[in-house]
Design a protein around this ligand. Sequence first.
Ligand code: AGP
Length: 609
Amino acid sequence: MCGIVGYIGEKNAVDIVLDGLKKLEYRGYDSSGVAVIKDGRLQIRRSIGKIKNLEESIDKNYLKANISIGHTRWATHGKPSKENAHPHTDSTKSIVIVHNGIIENYAELKSSLKEEGVEFKSETDTEVIAHLIKKHYKNNLFFAVQETLKEIIGSYALGVICKDEPNKIVCARQDASLIVGIGKGENFLASDIPALLSYTRDMIFLENGDIAEVTANRVRIADIENNIKDRKVKNIKWDCVQIKKEGFKHFMLKEIYEQPRTIEDTFRGRIYPDEGRAYIEEVKLSKEYIKNISNVYIVACGTSYHSGLVSKFFFENFAKMHTEVDIASEFRYREPILNDRILVIAISQSGETADTLAALSLAKSKGCITLAVCNIIGSSMSREADYVLYTRCGPEICVASTKAFTGQIAALYMLALDLARRKENFSKEDLKRYLKELWEVPAKIENFLKQSENVYKIAKKFAHKRGFLYLGRNINYPVALEGALKLKEISYIHAEGYAAGEMKHGPIALITDNMPVVVIAIKSRVYKKIISNVEEVKARGGTIILIASESDKTASDKGDNIIYIPDCDELISPILSVIPLQLLSYYVAVILGCDVDHPRNLAKSVTVE
Ligand code: AGP
């Protein structure tokens, strides 16, 4: 997720753009840049790190101009660097753009432009857009952008200026927010409201397919076929703090609700269900290496360890690779048997967790091929590993990890299917079927979140209990662990995740009506077994909170506290069954008055042992 700002009017444009970018830093800040048109020429300044680095590196008086666009980057394609920072230009430096989103077909577009002699200066997907606009430019920037967008597949919030048309900004929006701020004799552009609030509360929220031509006194909106669009100006009442949370009370809730988009962003351009193709471009393992892998080790901590436990089922069911999952702080001290036929996957949202980093280094020292699954480009782990598979969840601010967990599941699911495809031991029909399951997840989560008040009611009933037990089987046993971790880390209530089959080996002694038992009992090959565990708990006076499949007509016999989730294949079910558990822990913590986003004793990234 990146931040875009633009200005056209009478004031010093670069001042306003830099101020706006600083207000969007929560959207990502691994690099940034600004462009102005001054005396008929484009002036561009870029730097890595936070916006203040950029601000300190430029002469704002020299760059004094009436039009400017700027960008703060959260890298998805290409490491954080000055070359990859936005804005990006065409070869003649007459057109400059800033972009938030993912261009799925950038590789094909880039190779055909290269065949036409275009030279690229960055590793980004964005730069392709600048060259395409130049290619289509015939003294009409708006038309050139329209023609370019007909070739683009993907998501974009785009800002474009041209030295030969210095009195306008052209912008466009598809699946990435973009707002036009309306002033008096001046107009603005931004990814998000906080960047504009100091200058105007009158805003137009562009819709998918909108292309806008913004001058100091006018905004004209049309689509790529030039059909004029009439968008209403809205007056915004929110304050800045509220807005960074997009109106949510806490970052945790915002990030739970972001999951449909972050999961889609993570698989965008990497899976093609209709073709039965999963293709993780950045993991270039050779076919012979893949066939020669003796087994897979997965190392991680906390929530990332739980997504690793889930992914074991993907590597064993899809890629037929024996897989072991280990807590990184255990792995690094237990003399594991390692060699060059073992693939070691390190999972880490931050890419900085000390134990996971140490486990990764140990694996490398033993000759293993290493792959990191990270959310932050340029993190230590992403630099240490031989290969990196990035989730594209944007900054995860809340200490309690939610969207990173589901992003990791999506990424590992795709990776396992890609490995299966490359091992040629998985039918095209099965590939299509399982890829379709992932493709449908964002809409299913969206639908579930629309009826989440039932979770709040259950949270209210049990918020003051002193202990919870979470039970799951098979691929949902790790979700029971994750649900328990979520509850304990933000509400400080003791909660334990357990393999349901283990109940009779001890935990059943705990059962009373004062300890709610959360059971993940979705339709699966172990459904009957998990239901027998539910009966065991009820027979001893226990209280059940059941996570059930929507189509399960018998679930209502199992008790009063039932949360239904959309039906899906059991192998993808953790990405859905975890959502109610995230919400349950969130609501309990809020009811108890806990500091949800900053729980006591915890840090977002544990960079020490
Ligand atoms: C999860 O909610 C916790 N914040 C914690 O367990 C976290 O998952 C763990 O510290 C690993 O962090 P990483 O993914 O950045 O390596």
